[in-house]
Design a protein around this ligand. Sequence first.
Ligand SMILES: [Zn+2]
Ligand SMILES: [Zn+2]
Length: 249
Amino acid sequence: MKDWVEGARGGGLAAWWRTALDLVFPRHCAACEGEVDRQDGYVCTDCLMDILPVTDPFCARCGDPIDGVAGKVFTCSLCVKAEPAFDLARSAARYRGPLKPLLHQFKYAEGTHLAGDLSRLLAACVETHYDPEQVDMVAYVPLFHRRERERSYNQARLLAECLGRRYGKPVLRGIRRLRDTGTQTRLHMAARAENVKGAFSVTEPRWVEGKTFLLVDDVMTTGATLREAAASLKAAGAWRVLVATVARG
Ligand SMILES: [Zn+2]
Ligand SMILES: [Zn+2]
């Protein structure tokens, strides 16, 4: 999946104009602050190469990787105990190394300019595990409206819009977050699931019925939030929900 380095070349601004701009305003890598040595984006080649892709073995259902070896296809204990509402989930890379500062900036520090770099990672994951042609709509995990106002953007929506443009698919804006669930980071697994239970609903089920969704987010940790968001799509009649995230915590 290191083709995300190759795939990042070209596109966007005309090459000559980018070269001219770089002479005046050198782009600095958002992970290491070194100069960006590529034509596009805000991550240098060394940092891109240091991003650790999620590789086998991982849970056949939720894509959670395990360290070590597994001889055959396996399902993790979490998926066995409680079957997820999504059909499949996959992530591009492990949440460590350069991806940590990149996602932190993207999410909390107005790093919206990183949407291009991060959506290319996400697209590499989608194209490895799914067939984008079979997707009807792209969806994202919404923020509670007050949080989105405070932050002025939703990072998951930016990723969904990038993928929607890439595959020529519409983006569903009809999942609502019914209450502010706060931050999940300090909660353990069972508390996270309880905290987000019933937190989402679909406003217009007629847009959702019978469709296959690509549901995207930046990071998946226990998967509690994505399970609930997928459950709201399924409750509204979605046929399939395929989850893709940039990182796996
Ligand atoms: Zn770098
Ligand atoms: Zn699993």
